[in-house]
Design a protein around this ligand. Structure first.
Ligand SMILES: Nc1ncnc2c1ncn2[C@@H]1O[C@H](COP(=O)(O)OP(=O)(O)OP(=O)(O)O)[C@@H](O)[C@H]1O
Ligand SMILES: [Mg+2]
Length: 444
């Protein structure tokens, strides 16, 4: 699950760490400061939900040693090194050891924010994928992860079960955060290849040459794994950001596909992120590759197009976070519910999870509103509400469903208590629960 990402700042100079922290906090990041490498190392384990910015020159353990230790516990953790004048050779060495990037002193705060943003996005991707991978072994489990009762979610579940059993390659389009990676995991988990290799390559994150090597080889002497097309043999190969493949790479991929018999030994799931720009994978792939891939196609709907799911998802995630942070369940007012339903959600489910987490944290501190979160969440969300109106009926129903769901949960499935609180006769309550697909047994 996406979490609010942190930035750990490690610097022996107090003024320095304070000012970095203040600047990043002003840019909306959640920062933690450490006065030394040893202290930071004790706090930063594998799966650290964030990134690290560290000075290179520090008394005791220095930034380079810290980097080595961090890389040994979690080689995908983005570490940004702060280098002084004349530290260029060290910066180069740091990059070789796996540093994400470096910042030269005196640094430009805008560049720092930019780098931090990038690194946080990369970290989020890594952690999301890890979390999904941990759950991938159970097809049923992963299907349960897919929340939502809108007709498009129902259709999506059916498609996953159907396409999971089928043998062809799959093309998935959809805006960012709509669940494409989750669906790729689900397709693998419910199909005949579950238990075999699942190899995911984030194509957009690699330079062309590195991507060619990752996909087709040859691997470098110090790399322990096989090229992805070999590594995935007999299982599933997921290509995220397939639109970034160059012509030459597309041609080689086509070659790999053509060499396989039918049904293909390795299933390829290609994911594109072009919907954000109003395009699809058809616009970005060579026609011959597109036709080989597109026999099975899925397009995931944006969140704003499945209004019925917004409150359900919000509720479910808010509940999970309340449990995780050990605080009371969140209550959503009718006005806030309407705003959740009207927000454009450019970041889709990922953004909603993020808003739910921050709403829980805010309410634990007893301040802030969901409205303010929706306003501040994203620059692109400046006009907070979508202009595409939804019918009033849809709001009313979504809100009614949420109220009943919450009240049932609070009363642990006691129909009498819910009837009492909502002033509903038993028959009406039963009818509404049936209409909204709510079952008493889920609350007891
Ligand atoms: N229907 C859903 N029910 C529950 N969780 C969901 C659903 N769809 C997506 N999520 C969750 O939302 C987050 C984003 O999903 P995912 O990473 O699969 O999106 P994506 O389309 O691959 O995004 P990107 O284009 O940025 O790679 C994940 O934490 C995922 O588990
Ligand atoms: Mg993805």
């Amino acid at each position: 699950m996406s979490k609010v990402m942190k930035i750990a700042i490690v610097d022996d100079e107090q003024d320095m760490r304070q000012s970095i922290s203040q600047w990043l906090a002003l840019s909306g990041f959640d920062t933690e400061i450490y006065a030394g490498a040893e202290e930071a190392l004790r706090a930063l384990g594998p799966d650290y939900p964030g990134i690290v910015i560290t000075d290179i020159r520090m008394p005791g353990m220095d930034g380079m040693q810290l980097l080595k230790k961090l890389m040994a516990t979690d080689s995908a953790l983005p570490v940004i090194m702060i280098t002084g004048h004349g530290d260029v050779p060290m910066a180069v060495e740091a990059m070789r050891l796996g540093a994400h990037d470096f910042l030269e002193k005196p640094f430009n705060p805008e560049r720092m924010t930019e780098l931090a943003k990038q690194a946080v996005a990369a970290r989020r991707l890594t952690l999301d994928n890890r979390a999904l991978r941990r759950e991938l072994s159970h097809g049923e489990h992963i299907m349960n992860k897919l929340i939502g009762s809108s007709s498009s979610m129902e259709r999506l579940r059916e498609d996953i079960l159907d396409l999971g059993q089928a043998d062809g390659h799959v093309l998935i389009d959809g805006e960012t955060g709509t669940g494409k990676t989750l669906v790729a995991h689900a397709l693998h988990a419910v199909g005949s290849r579950s238990g075999r290799k699942f190899v995911l390559v984030a194509c957009g994150a690699l330079e062309e040459e590195a991507l060619t090597r990752r996909l087709f080889g040859p691997v470098l002497p110090d790399e322990s794994r096989l090229p992805a097309v070999e590594e995935a043999r007999g299982g599933t190969l997921v290509l995220e950001g397939v639109e970034t493949l160059s012509d030459a790479q597309q041609e080689r991929l086509l070659g790999v596909i053509n060499e396989q018999g039918a049904p293909p030994e390795t299933r390829i799931i290609a994911i594109s992120n072009l919907q954000d720009e109003g395009r699809t994978s058809e616009d970005a792939l060579r026609a011959d590759l597109f036709y080989r891939m597109a026999s099975l196609r899925m397009t995931l709907p944006p969140l704003r197009a499945r209004g019925e799911d917004i409150l359900t998802l919000f509720n479910r995630f808010a509940e999970q976070f309340s449990e995780e942070y050990g605080c009371d369940a969140l209550t959503v007012s009718a006005q806030e519910a309407a705003q959740l339903l009207q927000a454009p959600w450019p970041g889709n489910v990922r953004q909603l999870i993020n808003v739910a987490e921050r709403a829980v944290l805010q309410s634990r501190r007893g301040q802030g509103t969901i409205t303010s979160l929706l306003m501040s969440d994203n620059d692109e969300m400046a006009p907070v509400m979508t202009t595409e109106g939804k019918p009033l009926k849809e709001y009313v129903e979504a809100f009614e469903r949420m109220l009943i769901d919450n009240t049932m949960r609070r009363h642990k499935g006691s129909i009498a208590a819910v009837m009492d609180e909502l002033c509903l006769p038993r028959r009406t309550l039963n009818e509404k629960m049936a209409k909204y697909g709510l079952h008493r047994s889920d609350y007891t």
